[in-house]
Design a protein around this ligand. Structure first.
Ligand SMILES: Nc1ncnc2c1ncn2[C@@H]1O[C@H](COP(=O)(O)OP(=O)(O)O)[C@@H](O)[C@H]1O
Ligand SMILES: O=C(OP(=O)(O)O)[C@H](O)COP(=O)(O)O
Length: 398
């Protein structure tokens, strides 16, 4: 598919360049960014545009505010971090469109940079609404997508906007991600092991239905595991479960069996009486999760079992922490898997904001072959999909 990159555009000087980035970065309770690799990853594109004399308008989402203005999800901390990284002021807009934003965009000088407020503060973003895309575009001359991690979402600032702004291109982060994928993942060396965890059960479980056709082993931990365990008939107490996906979970397991794909689930877990760092907790088998308790990490036997699955692996892809690693009491399983991935003799790929944070926290980031900024986006590429955000950049369709 013919995609144009930002350095193939002729003249950016004085042009209003809208850059979609993914600054959906993990933060602590006080709003401090705990992992900034998605911001660091977009810096080359932003710097390039600024150095070429563009007037840069940045847009991103953060979290899932569900179409409402929730202060917790402001882009302000990300703007601040970006400003430190590029050594330049980043103006934080109070909204993502409207008269005040118009004024700020009109006042931009070449080489200056404005960050719009969270695009998911409006329902039009996730609805891929054309009118909302027009409001966001705000008369910009050029659209650049450097948000690989959200390019699996056909949302207004990723998809609809490419029909509004006349010139479209991809950024350098996008180029790096796609180049790595083409080189290492189109025909991966086998056995290929996929380790999945985290909390985004809906979305990633559906992806698994297709991934089963591509991988040799599947390892499931984190919040994701309990929908599978419930599908197998276990009582999982108050653990994270998406009941409407139990049928899909069964389908995935059946398909894996038919294809001869080995499927691993936790055999033990750490249960807690509340979702709290200081909650009472203990290790138990997955058959014995007490009523009213929730599993917040895999247990030690599962960590050993999961590490064992990597012994003969030649390619490993990992997305989603094994537990609530942000709390020390529930971080051991994630760190054990991070160690195992870091030390195995395979091409290892980590993806997703929280998984990247976990790998950094575990101190094994240097030992993995490739860290992708995308979790779901990377998995959907692996599934064989053309991401809607990438498809929208096809210059032939313009
Ligand atoms: N057993 C669990 N119960 C609830 N949440 C969990 C559990 N295991 C992991 N998580 C949470 O999953 C989140 C990360 O999930 P996800 O967004 O899917 O990963 P990524 O950002 O790497 O793609 C983390 O915040 C972590 O606390
Ligand atoms: O964090 C992201 O995806 P990931 O958790 O799959 O890595 C992206 O920013 C997309 O966010 P979304 O899953 O709320 O659409």
């Amino acid at each position: 598919m013919p995609i144009r990159y930002i350095d193939q555009l002729k003249d950016l000087k004085g042009k209003k360049v809208f850059i979609r980035v993914d600054f959906n970065v993990p933060q602590d309770d006080k709003g401090n960014i705990t992992e900034d690799s998605r911001i660091v990853g977009a810096v080359p594109t932003i710097k390039y545009a600024l150095e070429q004399g563009a007037k840069v308008v940045l847009a991103s989402h953060l979290g899932r505010p569900k179409g409402e203005k929730k202060p917790k999800y402001t882009m302000a901390p990300a703007s601040k971090r970006l400003s430190q990284l590029i050594g330049k002021k980043v103006i934080q807009a109070p909204d993502c469109f409207g008269p005040e934003v118009d004024k700020l965009v009109d006042a931009l000088k070449p080489g200056e940079c404005l960050m719009l407020e969270n695009v998911r503060f409006y329902p039009g973003e996730e609805k891929n609404d054309a009118e909302f895309a027009r409001k966001l575009a705000n008369g910009c001359d050029i659209y650049v997508n450097d948000a690989f991690a959200v390019s699996h979402r056909a949302h207004a600032s990723v998809e609809a906007i490419t029909k509004v702004i006349p010139t479209i291109a991809a950024g350098f982060l996008m180029r790096n991600e796609m180049t790595f994928f083409d080189k290492a993942m189109t025909n991966p060396v086998r056995p290929l092991v996929a380790i999945l965890g985290g909390a985004k059960v809906s979305g990633k479980l559906e992806v698994l239905e297709k991934l089963v056709n591509k991988v040799d082993k599947i390892v499931i931990g984190g919040g994701m595991a309990f929908t599978f365990l419930k599908a197998m008939g276990y009582s999982v107490g108050k653990s994270l479960v998406e009941d409407e996906l139990i049928v899909t979970a069964k389908k995935v397991m059946d398909k894996a069996k038919k294809r001869g794909v080995t499927f691993y689930l936790p055999v033990d877990c750490i249960v807690a009486n509340a979702f709290d760092a200081k909650a009472t907790n203990f290790v138990t088998t997955v058959q014995e999760i007490p009523e009213g308790w929730m599993a917040l990490d895999i247990g030690p036997a599962s960590a050993t079992l999961f590490a064992e699955t990597l012994r003969d692996a030649k390619t490993v892809i990992w997305n989603g922490p094994m537990g609530v690693f942000e709390m020390d009491a529930f971080a051991r399983g994630t760190f054990a898997v991070a160690e195992a991935v870091g030390n195995c003799f395979a091409t290892t790929v980590i993806g997703g904001g929280d998984t990247d944070a976990a790998v950094n926290k575990a101190g094994v980031a240097d030992k993995v072959s490739y860290i992708s900024t995308g979790g779901g986006a990377f998995l959907e590429l692996l599934e064989g999909k053309t991401l809607p955000g990438v498809k929208a950049l096809d210059v032939k369709s313009k």
